[in-house]
Design a protein around this ligand. Sequence first.
Ligand code: EPU
Length: 416
Amino acid sequence: MDKMVIHGGVSLTGTVEVSGAKNAVLPILAATLLAEGEHTFHNVPRLVDIRTISRLLGRMGVECQAGEPFRVRVGTLKGHEAAYELVKTMRAAVLVLGPLVARAGRARVSLPGGCAIGSRPIDQHLKGLERLGATIRIHRGYVEASSPRLRGARISFDISTVTGTENLMMAAALARGTTVLENAACEPEVEELGEALNKMGARILGAGTPVVTIEGVEGLHGVEHTIMPDRIESGTFMVAAGLTRGDILIRRCRLAHLGAVVTKLREAGLEIAPEGDAVRVRGPERIRSVDIKTLPYPGFPTDMQAQAMVLMALADGTSVISETVFENRFMHVSELRRMGADIRIEGPNAVVKGVPRLEGAPLMASDLRASASLVLAGLAAEGTTEVSRIYHLDRGYEGMEKKLQKLGAQIERVRE
Ligand code: EPU
């Protein structure tokens, strides 16, 4: 197992390029199950999660060939099962459920259990599939879904769910008749999936808005598509600049996807300005405290909460960070406290009293974004920080230490 060793205190400067968005690629690769033929994708990041979904698709007869471009060949489906051993390492594996039922008429997908950030049920995915006519039963930890041909329906989500919206968009793409999804998730990754599906021949209107209309078609075909840049990776580098009084140019950063993040970071004192097709971010002399509440898009993303908390841990004054999306996403707090941060948890709120400095310490990563926050804390801290269990980071950040090294950070990956 690898760990990151970071000598903190270096101001980051230079240029960094953001990779393709993990949470856009995962549903798009799952969507290839719907469409026989050759698919060509550009800007697919090299991440453990992408390898995991490729392995999963491989068991269904879908051949994924990593590289630039990333090629996918889909023929007759050979399997319809997502086994526990894969789903437990990556919950997004549940994204094959909708496409499998739609194309193969059946699916057997392990129910994901709870994870480090919350209980994360998939009841909305299942209710939606039932509305489309699928028969669902839970048997020995697996969801078994079947349906000869799904039929369009009106579905209103009780709660905004990203992968739930994506699963139902994919299922409805091949259903008979029209489906309307209400209270759908509006994240840019949902919009991107809609675009990719439409290029495959689907008829989807409104993806990325609360109401998505899907007119089912008889079949889909292969597609060529370039994956959008990862907004959370962009935001993470912005915070890195903010924490180290850095001055960095972020290439392939779409500010339009980062509205709430940029607003909060500017309030905290960061200078963020478009420069050509990139974005320049400068950290302030003193960070100002700001309150933050995570919400579904276009609100402040929960995937940026841990990183923003590190910034607030070093701000002047006290801030309140409220996590409203996941019930248990404060695993990074106890580790940050070990570095000297003054953070108190009160239910869904973290009360963060800024301290003048953090001290390097040995730390343990617990989930993807928590790992990123610990690396950020290490960059800002005095002395040496070691972050163990870095495999969480490799699930969602492509070559993070290499990108940070290019910006001058003293960080290296060490085999434990
Ligand atoms: N929820 C339910 N029932 C459902 C589905 C969701 O109660 O059927 C609840 C969840 O428990 C949670 C809330 O609804 O409290 C929102 O969950 P959502 O379904 O939107 O999350 P997700 O689709 O499982 C995606 C991202 C996450 C990101 C969240 C929120 C992918 C593959 N994953 O998860 O990304 O945090 O949306 O934006 O797109 C990450 O990249 O680190 C990550 C965790």
